[in-house]
Design a binder for this molecule. Structure first.
Ligand code: PGA
Length: 261
């Protein structure tokens, strides 16, 4: 009963992480077809996170809907001499509501540290941009029994300088690195175990109320054939979807598989 109340208070988020796919024209086509089939649903909020150069096309095509737009990364300063960077303020004023931070591809290919991610989280929050903070272990870390140690360390780094009010605005995405783009999905039980751990960590750091309200998404080869059972878990509050979010049909199908409760 208590669990039931906790679950229903959290509106799910179905977010598409497009990575380096879809230019502005492809984005307009996608968003126009999405808005044609999309019906607002109290069960979930939809978010698309296109590459920087496609953000304005998405914002324009989705205007007047409640589908939100997010960036996939941002810089750690508001402005300055940082060639190639885009500041969270620029994302915000371009119409973004969210920003994905700490994605494992950023950690792996762009050497982003827990400390740097923490800085970005804090800056984004201070400007009013809502972070979707990614945490997740690699396969060797899981096999060595270090999942909680790794995810716990990433959690502490990302929220190092965040207070409770800031934390309450964040979304967390648990994305086991071995499941990203590999077709290997964590079983609902495996994912739920880590989600529960993250919620527990949230409770010890920010209190029980914040922990019961924070939304924790699952990411890693989520698709229409497995989303229903993942989204049915008590602590899984949505999905951060890569490959399957690039197609309007499968993205919408994933959203529709969110349980009715
Ligand atoms: P995937 O990617 O759904 O293609 O595995 C998820 C992500 O990287 O956010």
């Amino acid at each position: 009963m208590e669990d039931q109340r906790r679950m229903s208070a959290r509106r799910k988020i179905i977010a598409g992480n497009w990575k380096m796919f879809k230019d502005a024209r492809e984005t307009s086509i996608f968003c126009e077809s999405l808005r044609a089939v999309y019906k607002p649903d109290p069960r979930f909020e939809m978010v698309v996170c296109p590459p920087f150069t496609s953000i304005s096309a998405a914002v324009y095509a989705l205007a007047g809907t409640d589908i939100a737009v997010g960036g996939q990364n941002c810089g750690w300063e508001t402005e300055g001499a940082f060639t190639g960077e885009v500041s969270p303020r620029m994302l915000l004023t371009s119409g973004c509501k969210y920003v994905i931070l700490g994605h494992s591809e950023r950690r792996q290919y762009f050497s982003e540290s827990d400390q740097l991610i923490g800085k970005k989280v804090q800056l984004a929050l201070s400007l009013g941009l809502l972070p979707i903070v990614c945490l997740g272990e690699k396969i060797d870390e899981r096999e060595a029994g270090k999942t909680e140690e790794v995810v716990g360390r990433q959690f502490d780094g990302a929220f190092h300088s965040v207070d409770r009010t800031g934390f309450d605005k964040c979304v967390i995405a648990y994305e086991p690195v071995w499941a990203i783009g590999t077709g290997k999905t964590a079983t609902p039980e495996m994912a739920e175990e880590v989600h529960r751990f993250i919620r527990g960590r949230s409770a010890s750091r920010f209190g029980a109320e914040s922990a019961s309200e924070i939304r924790i998404l699952y990411g890693g080869s989520m698709k229409p054939t497995n989303s229903g059972e993942l989204l049915a878990e008590a602590d899984i509050d949505g999905g951060l979807i890569g490959g399957a979010s690039l197609d309007v049909g499968s993205f919408v199908e994933i959203a529709a598989s969110a349980p009715r409760r």
